[in-house]
Design a protein around this ligand. Structure first.
Ligand SMILES: *[C@@H]1O[C@H](CO)[C@@H](O)[C@H](O)[C@H]1NC(C)=O
Ligand SMILES: *[C@@H]1O[C@H](CO)[C@@H](O)[C@H](O)[C@H]1NC(C)=O
Length: 449
């Protein structure tokens, strides 16, 4: 990405000296100034949340399903026509994109010269997310994270605290051990394509009271709690933080977030949590392993604001040594579609406080244990209550004895033909193909990814 980028870094360096130094002297204000700062941040974020919220989520589901189904049809016909060449070989150098997100960019040999195209590829509830599309590139050249209050230019932390939109890429393979949680500003893309980037052995990523973030192509694992203390969250503000939870990615009061092609395992708390009225989120093409509580959507039964939560979980592979919460939902509207569930030790999809869960075209393979065949789990409600919750399964494939206990209006399907009639997502029998490239991809510039 050569020249414009190095200029940009230089500009930041200069700006940094001017902006940050005075802040260091003045910003350790009273507790009430700190409270006021976050109150305003929360209010701004809430305004964005209301804009991002879809009054008619069923149309989003219908649009998603059509795209997913078209993509797999195209893929199948291509596969058919190239079958002879491929006989006896593994899918190797060729590009094999089986879902609408991947088909949008992965097969382009020049993807690395056209990185921002990715922002046009998101589907599902996260579909207005553009990340840093309207900004400059920022190349992370330095894997260190030594200075939390005055991050060094060239580090990931320096990139994410900038206020303007940025498309953040990495100069080379690196392992970034975050000393404290990485608190992001909005309008950012973190794009790990073309190199191998691990966020590991330290704190996780925090997306708090911001909008418009894309996280793509990272390995996030072995995340611990951050100790807390003074942490800079933007070029003009830092403040005291309590210990971070130890989530891989924590989405807190934020909207328009797209997480795609990440590989995640072994975080202290959740792999991905979305809480405090976060919405317009898509989690796609990701690969999860080795973890207990995988995804939490809504942290409290009393937080009724979480009713605005609208999340698409699609094309992911829930893999080895996962235990529960894939996801665990409260209040919101969750579309779980075309995922491959090959392992769980307790259950796959759970919740409390009457979330709407539409499960379509997934494959669920139950564990051997005869008592763990149920995909679903309800908490804190008598059957008479949870019977009312809308949890529907359509076109899911159940193997090894797996079963999904549905609830809610049995006529739900009839009332929402846009979700169910004719436009099913891709068929569950294709899910192994669809999720075959889940997780961070190994791509090199100059050839299809
Ligand atoms: C949020 O929106 C309300 C209503 O439009 C407006 O009055 C308020 O100033 C906005 N708050 C912020 C912090 O932008
Ligand atoms: C694949 O090829 C077979 C035989 O040529 C044909 O019958 C079938 O419809 C094709 N399938 C697709 C999805 O194109």
């Amino acid at each position: 990405m050569g020249e414009p980028v190095s200029k940009l870094v230089c500009v930041f360096l200069c700006a940094f000296t001017i902006v940050v130094v005075p802040t260091l002297i003045t910003a350790q204000g009273s507790g009430s100034a700190e409270e006021e700062y976050w109150r305003i941040r929360a209010e701004e974020a809430w305004n964005h949340t209301l804009k991002a919220y879809e009054a008619n989520p069923h149309t989003v589901i219908g649009a998603f399903n059509k795209q997913a189904s078209d993509a797999v049809k195209e893929f199948l016909s291509e596969k058919n026509s190239t079958r002879r060449e491929l006989r006896g070989k593994k899918w190797g150098g060729g590009c094999l994109a089986t879902n609408p997100i991947d088909r949008c960019w992965r097969c382009q040999p020049n993807w690395a010269d056209n990185r921002k195209r990715l922002a046009d590829c998101v589907v599902g509830f996260g579909r207005g997310t553009t990340g840093g599309k309207n900004g400059a590139f920022y190349v992370v050249t330095d894997s260190s994270d030594d200075s939390i209050l005055a991050p060094k230019p060239g580090t990931l932390r320096h990139a994410v605290i900038q206020k303007e939109p940025l498309w953040i890429i990495f100069e080379r393979d690196m392992v970034i051990r975050l000393t404290q949680e990485l608190i992001m500003q909005g309008d950012k893309t973190i794009d790990g394509r073309g190199v191998s980037v691990h966020i590991a052995y330290g704190a996780g990523i925090t997306i708090q009271f911001v909008k418009n973030v894309i996280i793509h192509g990272l390995h996030i694992h072995d995340i611990h709690q951050g100790s807390g203390g003074l942490v800079r969250d933007s070029v003009d503000h830092f403040g005291i933080r309590t210990m971070s939870d130890g989530d891989g990615i924590s989405i807190f009061g934020s909207s328009n977030v797209w997480i795609d092609h990440v590989s995640m395992w072994k975080c202290y708390d959740g792999l991905i949590d979305a809480v405090e009225a976060s919405t317009a989120i898509t989690i796609s093409n990701s690969h999860f392993t080795d973890h207990n509580e995988v995804m939490l959507f809504g942290a409290s039964d009393s937080q009724s604001k979480d009713a605005v939560m609208q999340i698409t979980v699609a094309f992911n592979h829930f893999g080895k040594r996962l235990i529960q919460r894939m996801p665990r939902c409260r209040w919101g509207f969750i579309h779980v579609v075309n995922n491959d569930y090959t392992h769980w030790e307790m259950y796959a999809i759970g919740g409390s406080q009457h979330p709407i869960i539409i499960s379509q075209g997934n494959r669920f393979i139950a564990p051997p244990d005869i008592f763990k065949k149920e995909v679903t789990k309800r908490d804190y409600a008598e059957e008479a209550r949870w019977k009312e919750w809308t949890w529907r399964s359509e076109g899911d494939l159940f193997m090894n004895g797996a079963f999904f206990v549905q609830s809610g209006d049995p006529d739900f399907t009839k009332k929402h033909p846009e979700i169910f009639d004719g436009i099913a997502p891709a068929d569950s029998s294709e899910v192994t193909w669809i999720t075959r490239f889940a997780g961070a991809l190994m791509c090199r510039p100059g050839s299809p990814c």
